[in-house]
Ligand binder design. Structure first.
Ligand code: PBG
Length: 344
């Protein structure tokens, strides 16, 4: 029997399906979609990472991150004001260190007058109410671009931890609210907590980059802080293997036991399964870092007209909430906050 081909321009005379449950009912109107919505993104969820450079009145575009600039201290203070006005709770600072100040030991990391410390003081003087988070790791300060000290090609653990404690102390002294170790050395959270407490910084919080993977998605960040060219080899002896999940749970467990107040998973979008599992396992404040490469992908596609940039931005951020994150470090923070404000 030949198959009867229906004229596609006419509607089929299909009998109604005998369906009791039609999930589309709850999607049919805007009010109903709002009513059944399970997750929302608000400005309270945003942490805005910023890049600092020396000088005054400098705003230098980061080539691989369209829309992101390196800012001199005076300009960062202006952006901190913008963050405060947008109700963004916290900003994160990353320095571009002059190459002449970088050395094998990352000495500049523990200089109380370094760029990050100067920036923290300047922001806290003008806008004490905004949270300031500082990254702890040696890579912005080392001539080799690694997060720790090196001997015979090996990244030293315990020796590096001792330096990271010093770095944390100068940042806390400058007025930083949240110390965020991103180095992935073993035992650094405990050592930093002990160091902070001994110095009287009992209230300085620690957000541990607990599950941080050796990822290709950090490329543009390394351009931004000027460590890309310097970096010899990769970071796989300290950052995690992207193949692993159980190991992330172990890392988070250790960091919590050592005194982390909050934990982070990094990168973000390719690791939402880790965010979910960490949140479900520990039920602690859990953050995700939508890293530079993730930002660059969306920004580049949007600039080419291949994606609706605003929608992709908002969807990607909402996905972190759905996965269980309490908040997101994202270069989209100001744009997303503007958008949320418009939506009222
Ligand atoms: C430094 C650090 C990195 C990032 C945050 N802190 C880079 C790295 O580990 O090489 C990446 C952030 C981003 O890509 O946006 N340890």
């Amino acid at each position: 029997r030949p198959i009867e081909i229906r004229d596609p321009s006419t509607r089929p005379a299909a009998p109604p399906l005998d369906l009791t449950i039609r999930p589309r009912r709850n999607r049919k109107t805007e009010w109903a979609r709002r009513l059944v919505r399970e997750n929302v993104l608000t400005t309270d969820d945003l942490i805005w990472p910023m890049f600092v450079i020396d000088g005054t009145n400098q705003r230098v575009q980061v080539a691989s991150m369209p829309g992101v600039e390196r800012l001199s201290v005076d300009q960062i203070v202006r952006d901190a004001e913008r963050a405060a006005k947008l109700d963004i709770p916290c900003i994160a600072l990353f320095p571009f260190t002059e190459p002449s100040l970088r050395d094998e030991h990352g000495t500049e990391a523990s200089n109380p007058e370094n760029l990050v410390c100067k920036t923290v003081r300047a922001i806290k003087k003008e806008f004490p109410q905004i949270g300031v988070l500082c990254d702890v790791a040696l890579d912005p300060y080392t001539s080799h671009g690694h997060d720790g000290l090196i001997e015979d090609g090996r990244i030293l653990n315990d020796e590096t931890v001792a330096v990271l404690v010093q770095q944390s102390l100068v940042q806390a002294e400058a007025g930083c609210d949240v110390i965020a170790p991103s180095d992935m050395m073993d035992g650094r959270i405990g050592a930093i907590r002990e160091g902070l407490d001994a110095a009287g910084f009992l209230d300085v919080q620690i957000m541990a980059y607990a599950a941080k993977y050796a990822s290709a998605f950090y490329g543009p960040f390394r351009d931004a802080i000027g460590s890309a060219k310097a970096l010899t080899g990769d970071k796989r002896t300290y950052q995690m293997d992207p193949a692993n999940t159980d190991e992330a749970i172990r890392e988070v467990e250790l960091d919590l036991a050592e005194g982390a107040d909050m934990v982070m998973v990094k990168p973000g979008m390719p690791y939402l399964d880790i965010v979910r599992r960490v949140k479900e396992t520990f039920g602690v404040p859990t953050f995700a870092y939508q890293v530079s490469g993730e930002y660059a992908m969306i920004a580049a596609a949007a600039n080419n007209g291949w994606l609706d940039g605003d929608r992709a931005m908002m969807e990607s951020l909402l996905a972190f909430k759905r996965a269980g994150a309490n908040g997101v470090l994202t270069y989209f923070a100001p744009a997303a906050a503007e958008k949320l404000r418009q939506q009222g």
